[in-house]
Design a protein around this ligand. Structure first.
Ligand SMILES: Cc1cc2nc3c(=O)[nH]c(=O)nc-3n(C[C@H](O)[C@H](O)[C@H](O)COP(=O)(O)OP(=O)(O)OC[C@H]3O[C@@H](n4cnc5c(N)ncnc54)[C@H](O)[C@@H]3O)c2cc1C
Length: 406
């Protein structure tokens, strides 16, 4: 099958619209948001969000029925890269994690009533949501070993458990909770389910925001700790089938990793611009700029090669998901997750190094990204989990071939 990753006219046009928007509307707000915090700048940010709606690319991957542009994964991938150039890009266009993943889950697995109650306002940007799966007492890398339970009681689920690292729980209107509903199921992958929990449910307690790399965040840019203390929601709040939590989580993560990876490539491109603009102007001595040094030229050429390779890998994974589905693309998805997260760290590190002390200041977004994006190698599966998944599959094929005598 022919693989063609060239941009269509439609994609080129959308990229130009978004690139102009990011430069004109978002970049000027970045410094004030870093200095004053997201919550303090919310009125100005909401104004920009209204302008983003006018571009017709708000919540773009969603179908038109839910206010989106119905963009397929490969097309949205390009947009996600453009938006990634600003820390505010994905939020402005309502495609930020965890909301976009939750919207995709609701779209694919929600009942009509759930869509109307939760997806509609989320897609319009009227509310926010969070996803509560990880628990402090259990290794998040083993997704089938959860302590949180949801028990049937009459017409309700009663949820008990302790969650943390729930991104954007601060201010979220509802949470998707991953809880064990069938502890006796022989197949460990069929024990947990996803349940929609409005955050004003008695027994849902947001303990507070975690301090992460020196920041507690506030509002959307936060990671929260949550207690479920007998939170009671109706049985119809089950999202997807009972025992289907793991399968749904995999569905959520397939496209989610494409969104994240392309956002990281956008960050790489902006960091690359900042680095190159600096090294062609920063003089070590009169008339002798940093970019004349071969060591610095190595950062430039190596970063270019790594970003280019990473982008092609992600576009290939998106193309594979579109044609064969996320389950058939698990190896490709693992490979991009670990490759792009590492590329991001290296490119950011080189850009900060090239800027010297300036790179450590909050005059550019580099330091903010350095703190906020270190987690890229941990969330959505730590590097080591993906490495071991890929290696086992590859070696399994070799072992089968050897046993088959070929
Ligand atoms: C910024 C950020 C945002 C997050 N947002 C959310 C969210 O919105 N909702 C949510 O539910 N969770 C969220 N998480 C949690 C995230 O999903 C978990 O941190 C992740 O699954 C890893 O689990 P853990 O932290 O318990 O680490 P552990 O599972 O305890 O693993 C610790 C380390 O052990 C190593 N390791 C793990 N497994 C293996 C293995 N098989 N072989 C070798 N080494 C291994 C890895 O280096 C790993 O980093 C977020 C995390 C971060 C950092």
């Amino acid at each position: 099958m022919t693989m063609d990753f060239s941009e269509s006219d439609r994609v080129r046009e959308m990229r130009e619209i978004v690139r102009g928007f990011v430069r004109r509307e978002l970049m000027p707000l970045e410094g004030p948001v870093r200095a004053q915090g997201f919550a303090a700048m919310l009125p100005q940010l909401q104004q920009v969000r209204r302008k983003a709606k006018d571009t017709g690319l708000f919540a773009a991957p969603l179908p038109a029925e839910w206010g989106g542009a119905g963009l397929p994964l490969t097309e949205f991938a390009h947009l996600s890269e453009e938006l990634g150039r600003s820390p505010l890009g994905h939020w402005a266009f309502n495609v930020q994690a965890p909301d976009i993943g939750n919207m995709e889950l609701l779209l694919e697995h929600g009942s009509q009533a759930q869509k109307e109650r939760f997806l509609g306002p989320l897609a319009r940007g009227e509310i926010r949501s969070c996803f509560t799966m990880t628990e402090p007492e259990r290794a998040g890398s083993n997704p089938v070993w959860l302590e949180t339970t949801a028990q049937r009681d009459g017409g309700d689920w009663v949820i008990r458990g302790h969650k943390w690292f729930a991104t954007a729980a601060d201010g979220a209107a509802f949470a998707i909770c991953m809880a064990v509903t069938s502890p006796e199921a022989a197949d460990a992958y069929k024990r947990a389910s996803m349940i929609l929990v409005p955050t004003d449910t008695p027994g849902f307690e947001r303990v507070g925001n975690l301090s992460v790399m020196g920041h507690r965040g506030g509002d959307w840019a936060s990671h929260g700790e949550v207690m479920y203390r007998g939170a009671r929601v109706p049985l119809e709040n089950l999202l997807g089938p009972e025992g289907g939590g793991f399968v749904l989580a995999q569905h959520r993560l397939g496209p989610g990793r494409i969104h994240h990876c392309m956002r990281w490539i956008g960050i790489c491109e902006r960091a690359f611009d900042i680095m190159c603009e600096h090294v062609v102007t920063r003089e070590l001595a009169p008339g002798d700029v940093l970019g004349n040094r071969q060591l610095v030229q190595d950062w430039v050429a190596t970063s270019r090669a790594e970003i280019h390779g990473a982008r092609l890998m992600v576009l290939h994974a998106a193309w594979t998901i579109e044609r064969r589905g996320a389950s058939a693309a698990r190896e490709e998805i693992s490979l991009i997750k670990l490759t792009v997260a590492r590329t991001l760290q290296r490119v950011l590190d080189r850009a900060i190094q090239a800027l010297g002390a300036l790179g450590m200041t909050d005059d550019t977004p580099l330091a903010w990204w350095w703190g906020h994006e270190r987690g890229a190698r941990i969330y959505d599966g730590a590097d080591e989990v993906h490495i071991s998944h890929v290696a086992k599959r590859i070696l399994g094929r070799y072992a089968a071939r050897t046993q088959g005598g070929s």
